[in-house]
Design a protein around this ligand. Structure first.
Ligand code: FAD
Ligand code: FO1
Length: 451
């Protein structure tokens, strides 16, 4: 049974007979999905059919064909996996506010379930859908191991305040997943297969940022990436993760972002690995505490992507340094085309443009230099978020907004020694990178990528 701490009832509604519908959004997988398992539980109690719907928006937070391609390939796999479990899959096209209530009405649904996603866009969708339906409506946190609302009722100051809460809850919530059953009640309505070509054609997105070919999309590829990471890389994670010339990280973020793999599955498999505990703990700190801290920030702070959302000490110090002379000021176009004076920053930008995934260590340097080389922290946040959301496979994610707010606005950090432009926000420089890794080797590696 799905732990009830993972579920929240958005609307009571009226009880009636009819199919149960899971509106899939963040957790795009059939295995290890608490929201789908909960929907199946509801359907089994009611002896009702079960359907999964995904609502394809023609645009989404600046995403390009690169990210849509990754997502749609994964969803094709989900459709096939669900068919094996006799669960219907329907791809709706248009805005969820209109499409979801319409679908529920047409099939006479009795219950709606969706997964939890803390960004404002999903909040808006949920409110609009709830207003237009009269059936019970549930939200399930299928992404966080400790559901965001159960981990903490408020915005946390930093990892040090959230960590003990998460660790206290893990023994109860890091449980094993039950298997999704072959669904016993058949969906009687139309079950024709999705026209994925038409779906791709319906997109109104930038097609110049092309799909990547170094990382295969989909839940199966996500599980394979996890297996390879555990076998080849995990043991050296603590030592190598901050060296962008090495392949010391998991590359799981695109799969985690699109819900093609469950964080809880990653934690279970890493927990079982026969690898030193220092490496495992370092990885799980990032994958559980830091990641769930990002959800906490976005869930409780509606200004998660703007200056207004930064901590008071950071706003004050950045305000005091607004008039400081900037040695360099670049426009969005100059940043985007990697035309700054700094070959290291340019390499990081080009890694993101070509590969769709900048190394995690470079992301911090990249964000901080955007603050240093723009007229204001507002400009810096706007430019960093725009580029991150346009090029990163894992962008448009709580981790991205928090990463930018950490780099530029001290979120989840503390005040440091005061200096120009940054005030008391933590500073990073080229020489610091030089001490940590072979800067020239990284620049050369990225050059090879760009051809
Ligand atoms: P691993 O080191 O293998 O980590 C495994 C997982 O742990 C990651 O997939 C992620 O879910 C989590 N994790 C790791 N580091 C962090 C972190 N600092 N904060 C929160 N969770 C973390 N992450 C995104 O997922 N999407 C983004 O758009 C994004 N943008 C960022 C922008 C900036 C300016 C900064 C400083 C950080 C950003 N991050 C973002 C966080 C981090 O850099 C990436 O999660 C990481 O590089 C992803 O690669 P990986 O999966 O190989 O990492
Ligand atoms: N969610 C949807 O429900 N419909 C979409 O069309 C859609 C497009 C999309 C494109 C890029 C991207 O990064 C996310 C996108 N999402 C979409 C959101 C996604 O379903 C998840 O909510 C996030 O990936 C959560 O991490």
């Amino acid at each position: 049974m799905v732990n009830r701490r993972r579920t929240a009832q958005i609307k009571r509604g009226v009880e009636k007979a009819g199919p149960v519908v899971y509106w899939m959004n963040r957790d795009q997988r059939s295995q290890d999905n608490w929201a789908l398992l909960f929907a199946q539980e509801m359907a089994l109690v009611r002896k009702a059919p079960l359907a999964v719907v995904f609502c394809l928006a023609s645009r989404f937070l600046g995403a390009t064909v690169r990210q849509y391609d990754f997502m749609l390939s994964g969803l094709e796999e989900v459709e096939a996996d669900l068919a094996e479990k006799r669960i219907a899959f329907r791809l709706l096209m248009g805005s969820p506010e209109r499409e979801i209530p319409g679908f529920l009405r047409d099939c006479g649904a009795s219950v709606l379930v969706t997964d939890f996603f803390p960004l404002r866009i999903k909040d808006g969708w949920i409110k609009a859908v709830a207003d237009r339906i009269d059936i019970p409506f549930f939200e399930v946190d299928a992404h966080n191991i400790v559901p965001c609302w159960a981990a903490s009722p408020k915005q946390e100051f930093g990892a040090y305040t959230l960590r003990p809460k998460i660790h206290r809850a893990l023994p109860e919530l890091l449980d094993t997943f039950p298997r999704l059953k072959v669904h016993p009640v058949k969906w009687e309505a139309d079950v024709s297969a999705t026209d994925w070509t038409a779906a791709r054609r319906s997109l109104e997105v930038d097609k110049t940022v092309r799909a990547v070919d170094w990382l295969r999309p989909g839940p199966r590829a996500g599980r394979r990436t996890l297996r390879r990471f555990i076998l080849d890389t995990l043991a050296g994670y603590d030592d190598r993760r901050n060296d962008p010339t090495m392949d010391g990280r998991s590359n799981l973020s695109p799969y985690l972002h699109f819900g093609q793999i469950a964080p809880q599955r990653v934690a279970i498999e890493v927990g079982k690995a026969r690898v030193n505990t220092i490496a495992k703990d370092a990885f799980l700190e990032e994958m559980i505490v830091r990641r769930e801290l990002s959800d906490n920030f976005c869930h409780y702070n509606p200004s998660y992507d703007s200056f207004a959302g930064l901590p008071a000490w950071a706003k004050k110090t950045l305000d005091q340094h607004r008039r400081d002379k900037r040695e360099y000021v670049y426009s969005l176009k100059q940043f985007e085309e990697a035309r700054t004076h700094d070959p290291l920053w340019n390499a990081a930008q080009m890694e993101m443009v070509h590969r769709g995934k900048m190394h995690g260590y470079m992301r911090m340097y990249w964000g901080k230099k955007i603050l240093e080389w723009t007229e204001s922290p507002e400009d810096a946040m706007r430019i960093a978020i725009h580029l991150n959301d346009k090029y990163e496979l894992d962008g448009r994610d709580p981790n991205g907004y928090v990463g930018v707010a950490w780099s530029i606005g001290g979120v989840h950090d503390r005040p440091w020694r005061e200096r120009d432009v940054f005030g008391k926000v933590r500073y990073m420089n080229y020489n610091g990178c030089k001490r940590k890794f072979d800067v020239d080797a990284y620049i050369a590696k990225v050059k090879e990528l760009s051809g």
